[in-house]
Design a protein around this ligand. Structure first.
Ligand code: NAG
Ligand code: NAG
Ligand code: NAG
Ligand code: NAG
Ligand code: NAG
Ligand code: NAG
Ligand code: NAG
Ligand code: NAG
Ligand code: NAG
Ligand code: NAG
Length: 545
């Protein structure tokens, strides 16, 4: 008797697989090994036939990117080896006349969070983008703003907002940044564009936002949230909002805490708040150490590594970045390309989830907002030196993540000298330097755990090194200050770089696709194996009786 049971088997399996699919919820553990490409939907890609010269970031208005144009141009991101994409906010924005600060092309001027922003497409378009990202084995992270809405006055018409009752907002007062009480209670923005502050401690606000984020995450299969300014006003006061909000979302949350110090930012990571925060403290240290011109204070990096261990619950899931929509492009602050490459190598090879802000791989060099939101299309999506560096770093990191416990192993400082810092993470040694492109008559010894005469490959140059006595590698900078990433040749099979084939294929993209797919399907396939077992047991039950 096979007809009925096999029919049952098929339908039970598909129903349960559907459940598995619906309940896809990526955790901090699953995000740790990912690498993120951050993009502003309006600025990433244009539809076919649009004018490629019409976008001036200084104009602060829409340039024409949509969820569909992002979807149609995912190869560029996937071929560089990224395993996740962070998109700018999807909620409906202010829809009135142009303001002194332009139009909300960036998506951060929220009106009603529960509606989608029709400037960027329909619900079907967003769903299609999400499906396509998942089909490629990548994760989707969506930017959300819950702290405030946007208005033009201090007494706005609340009817266009999700919360229509005045009691659900803090009363207006101008923020005075020298006064903590004021910072905790007043409105962001200024009198041109006010940002009415939602009372995130109010039970109605908490439950309404909770229901919304749960349904948004489920409807669009979102794998993670990036949370805009979770603290600006309420700092420590408002922390209890986040466990409830991120609990409702059921996915990884990474918040923006726009401060320089690890002691200030650290408390925002953990059960009392959220999974992760953007690594502003390390960003600050990297600018101090590596920008040219700049203070070139290399001590800042080793010092911040020590502070991160002290103040963060888990540095391995922090969001590492050197550019975003709020800070100047790295190349706007630092004119030497080696400075950029060294900072990027550090972000990929140290503890944390590397984030590349769209355009960084194309040498974008705009100043702060709005000049750091350049359109990407004038670059022609070229295979630049920086794009190739990103591809190599992603390929190598995906290999380490996929085949070793590298991602969960905390980094440690091997050498901190005035011109070079060396770190060990897992079995990889990385050395970054502040000397820039010109050759320097400088030699820095790095003491490693490797044995004398071990042969290493340095994956940026693909040069071979032999380990000296006492485990020493001599860094020589006679060709300029390239970053270096060393792996022992005993461990390199499958790395997919420097002529070593990847486990599955021989090109960067093939390898990273495989790595993504494998990583992305783990939880679902385990779950479906269990369910398949259950279904079999069920069938057995029917057959036996
Ligand atoms: C600080 O800000 C609060 C709230 O706006 C205000 O009541 C208080 O007077 C301010 N304190 C000082 C010293 O300005
Ligand atoms: C409003 O915007 C204008 C134009 O950018 C600027 O000159 C003015 O200072 C702004 N007003 C306030 C209150 O910030
Ligand atoms: C956070 O909560 C999880 C699950 O309840 C628990 O296992 C973990 O120990 C907690 N972490 C801290 C730092 O309290
Ligand atoms: C360099 O950074 C260290 C650690 O952050 C700091 O203690 C020191 O004062 C800085 N040195 C200079 C010259 O700024
Ligand atoms: C920094 O950005 C501004 C505005 O986008 C631009 O005028 C300037 O040339 C940039 N500087 C560098 C070094 O790229
Ligand atoms: C970029 O160029 C490098 C070096 O020529 C090549 O190996 C790589 O496949 C290219 N990548 C893409 C996506 O075309
Ligand atoms: C080494 O770093 C110092 C700052 O600590 C800087 O002044 C010097 O120029 C650097 N050396 C080279 C060769 O770049
Ligand atoms: C490089 O530095 C060493 C030691 O500081 C010195 O003896 C040597 O002459 C220098 N070489 C050149 C080419 O400047
Ligand atoms: C040997 O390596 C250690 C660090 O591992 C270092 O402190 C020591 O100075 C080195 N000794 C020599 C002789 O280079
Ligand atoms: C990644 O790991 C999975 C499972 O361990 C394996 O099947 C796959 O071949 C690996 N891919 C790469 C590129 O290492």
């Amino acid at each position: 008797m096979t007809g009925v049971p096999s029919f049952l088997l098929v339908s039970i399996c598909s129903a349960l697989l559907l459940v598995a699919q619906l309940s896809r919820a990526a955790t901090a553990d699953q995000w740790r090994g990912r690498s993120i490409y951050q993009l502003i939907v309006d600025r990433y890609a244009l539809p076919q036939g649009a004018d490629l010269d019409a976008c001036d970031p200084g104009q602060q208005t829409w340039c024409g990117g949509t969820w569909k144009t992002v979807m149609d141009n995912l190869d560029y991101i996937q071929n560089a080896g990224f395993t996740a994409i962070w998109i700018s906010p999807v909620s409906q924005n202010y829809q009135g006349p142009r303001t002194p600060y332009g139009d909300p092309y960036h998506g951060y001027w929220i009106a009603d969070a529960t509606q989608l922003n029709d400037k960027f497409g329909t619900a079907d378009d967003l769903k299609a983008l999400s499906d396509e990202i998942h089909r490629r084995g990548m994760y989707l992270m969506v930017d959300v703003v819950v702290n405030n809405v946007m208005a033009l006055t201090t007494d706005p018409d609340l009817s266009t907002f999700l919360f229509k009752d005045k009691s659900l907002y803090h009363p207006y007062c101008p923020v005075d940044y020298s006064n903590l009480t004021s910072e905790q209670q007043c409105w962001l923005g200024d009198l041109n564009v006010t940002l009415p502050d939602v009372k995130t401690e109010d039970p109605t606000v908490i439950s309404t936002y909770g229901n919304w984020i749960q349904s948004l995450v489920q409807q669009f299969n979102i794998d993670g949230l990036r949370i805009d300014e979770p603290i600006h006003y309420f700092r420590h006061v408002d922390m209890p909002f986040w466990p409830a909000f991120c609990g409702s979302a059921g996915v990884f949350c990474m918040g923006e805490v726009f401060e320089g110090g690890a002691a200030d930012v650290g408390p925002w990571q953990g059960n009392q708040s959220m999974d992760s925060v953007l690594n502003y403290p390390m960003y600050t240290a990297l600018t101090e150490a590596l920008t040219i011109p700049g203070p070139q204070n290399m001590t800042a990096v080793a010092d911040m590594i020590a502070q991160s261990k002290q103040y963060f619950t888990d540095p391995t899931v922090l969001g590492n970045f050197i550019e975003n929509q709020d800070v100047p492009r790295w190349l706007n602050m630092s004119v030497d390309p080696q400075s950029l490459y060294n900072a990027m190598v550090f972000n990929f090879m140290s503890d944390g989830i590397p984030i590349v802000y769209y355009g960084q791989e194309q040498g974008a060099h705009g100043a702060s907002d709005p000049y750091n939101r350049e359109p990407l299309w004038p670059s022609g999506y070229a295979n630049t030196t920086t794009y190739q560096l990103v591809t190599k770093l992603n390929t190598f990191r995906n290999f380490l993540v996929n085949t070793t416990d590298w991602a969960t192993t905390p980094m440690q400082v091997l050498t901190s000298s005035p011109n070079a810092t060396a770190i060990l993470k897992g079995k990889i040694v990385s050395v970054v330097t502040n000397i820039g492109s010109p050759p320097a008559n400088l030699s820095v010894p790095v003491y490693t755990p490797w044995k004398q005469s071990d042969i290493l490959t340095e994956i940026i140059s693909c040069d071979q090194y032999s380990v000296g006595s006492n485990g020493t590698i001599q860094m020589q900078y006679s060709k300029g200050g390239e970053a270096a990433v060393f792996i022992n040749n005993d461990d390199i099979q499958g790395a997919g770089v420097c002529g070593y084939a990847g486990v599955v294929g021989s090109t960067g993209s093939t390898i990273s696709k495989a790595a993504n797919g494998a990583a992305a399907s783990v939880s679902v396939s385990r779950f479906s194996t269990v369910l398949f077992g259950l279904a079999l047991a069920f069938v057995f039950f029917f057959v036996s009786f």
